[in-house]
Design a protein around this ligand. Structure first.
Ligand code: 5GP
Ligand code: ZN
Length: 120
């Protein structure tokens, strides 16, 4: 997991060159609070290795991807999301320009908490 992009803001966060409010870390994954939260709980869950978006995923990524999906609900609860089904959370992965992606390092938004913040 050493592939980093020196110009990537999330690679710099993983490397500790830009500070972040860490939620979780292991060998392959990193999670930190979004700097501009738009939900009471809003953190980002990313692979440490630089991957631009979901469009670049390959079969070799299935292992950590699966782990990330199993980890997300656990972290959501730890961060203050209420339990399913009354609580829950939303997980979003913007991909590409038409997908609204602004930072070109693969990331999932995990958002939850009491709900006036979201519609639909
Ligand atoms: P995107 O539109 O690419 O899906 O979302 C990128 C997210 O990264 C945005 O919600 C934005 O607030 C967050 N973000 C951008 N720069 C930083 C940063 O330096 N630190 C943190 N913690 N979040 C950031
Ligand atoms: Zn990166």
């Amino acid at each position: 997991m050493s592939h980093q992009d020196p110009n990537c803001i999330f690679c710099k966060i993983v490397a500790g060159q830009i500070p972040s409010r860490k939620v979780y870390e292991d060998e392959e994954l990193y999670a930190f609070h979004d700097i501009h939260p738009w939900a009471p709980v809003h953190f980002l869950l990313i692979p440490k290795r630089h991957i631009a978006s979901m469009a670049q995923l390959a079969p070799a990524d299935e292992g950590w991807m699966g782990r990330l999906m199993v980890l997300a609900p656990k972290l959501a609860l730890e961060q203050g999301c209420n339990p399913y089904p009354e609580g829950g959370f939303r997980m979003v992965c913007n991909t590409g320009i038409e997908g609204g992606q602004e930072v070109q390092h693969l990331h999932w938004h995990v958002m939850g908490g009491p709900r006036p913040w979201a519609r639909g």
